[in-house]
Write a protein that binds this ligand. Structure first.
Ligand code: C5P
Length: 302
């Protein structure tokens, strides 16, 4: 039996995020379209002799204690499968934090997948997703990856046809990190559900239809339906992000939108050349910019 495994875990963007209800448990009912993108962290997972969970990260800003989702994922698996023993996890972090890109969630998904494979537990994807849902709303999607419609709290997934070559410009202001809980709680306390601009418009169905239509113009079609309710909270609170989105829209892009609770704003470009030009126009000392593509999976071998 092997004693180590190296996996890549991909970031995600929200092509669509609509808040459809306030739940009594404090969470929100959502309709989302999620997409894996080729901005990835690397995780080296190793069996160790003791019972400990040891997490290390190349980025000193990442907490490596029990608060890290990676630690929580390993602890959950240890509690269900006590024979597992000790685990060492080294994270090579490329996905920015507080970015709305689910970096931590995707790392946790990789730990679940890695432990299943290292200890040959033989878990199905549905069992892995059940564990994932206990750790966070986005984590089941990070186990499956690709393109999916997510409902419920975000954990109820329906796969959508793969978007193979969506070209993206991902922009993350360095100084702005946003706490997801703050964004949702502010949405609720401002009563924004009652003033929804998209309720009864079937926008999410149109987004899904655009994705399902396939063909070369899919990116053009789906870009018309980009939507994120959390922009209504985050953009007024962070004028720099509003300005960044406007700058992207002034470029030759198909559309631009905030991902998740921010602070990432992404643009969809017609092709890689165009994406590169947009990236050059946007990049400053304060904004990290990546040109990337959609992925059809989220966790894969290095
Ligand atoms: O599930 P997760 O721990 O990733 O969620 C982080 C925070 O985002 C939650 O504490 C909650 O405040 C908010 N959230 C929400 N409704 C969802 C998902 C997340 O209010 N469907």
């Amino acid at each position: 039996m092997t004693s180590r495994i190296s996996l890549k875990s991909a970031a995600k963007i929200n092509l669509y995020l609509e808040i459809t209800g306030n739940r009594p448990d404090g969470y929100h009912d959502l309709v989302m379209v999620l997409q894996s993108i080729d901005l990835c962290d690397r995780l080296d997972i190793r069996k160790i002799g003791t019972d400990e969970i040891q997490v290390t990260c190349n980025n000193p800003e990442v907490p490596c204690d029990r608060t890290n989702l990676v630690y929580k994922a390993a602890a959950l698996m240890q509690s269900v499968y006590p024979d597992i023993g000790g685990i060492e996890i080294a994270i090579d972090k490329q996905i920015p934090m507080g970015a709305g890109l689910a970096g931590g969630s995707s790392n946790a998904a990789a730990v679940l997948v890695g432990i299943d494979r290292l200890w040959e537990l033989g878990l199905t994807q549905s069992q892995l997703c059940d564990f994932a849902a206990q750790l966070g709303s986005d984590i089941p999607f990070c186990v499956t990856g690709g393109t999916a419609l997510a409902t419920g709290r975000g954990e109820v997934l329906s796969p959508l046809p793969d978007l193979k070559d969506l070209v993206l410009v991902i922009c993350k202001p360095r100084q702005i990190a946003i706490a997801t809980a703050w964004a949702y709680q502010t949405f609720r306390s401002q009563g924004l559900l009652a003033t929804s601009q998209v309720k009864n418009q079937n926008l999410s169905s149109q987004m899904v239809a655009a994705i399902a239509s396939g063909g070369e113009s899919t990116a053009v079609k789906l870009s018309r339906f980009l939507y994120n309710d959390l922009e209504r909270v985050v953009l007024p609170a962070y004028p720099e992000l509003h300005a960044l989105k406007n700058r992207l829209l002034e470029q030759e892009c198909l559309g631009a939108m905030m991902s998740g609770s921010g602070s990432t704003i992404f643009a969809i470009a017609a092709d890689l050349d165009r994406a590169q030009k947009i990236a050059e126009a946007i990049q400053t000392d304060d904004i990290d910019v990546w040109v990337g593509k959609s992925l059809v999976r989220s966790i894969f071998d290095v």
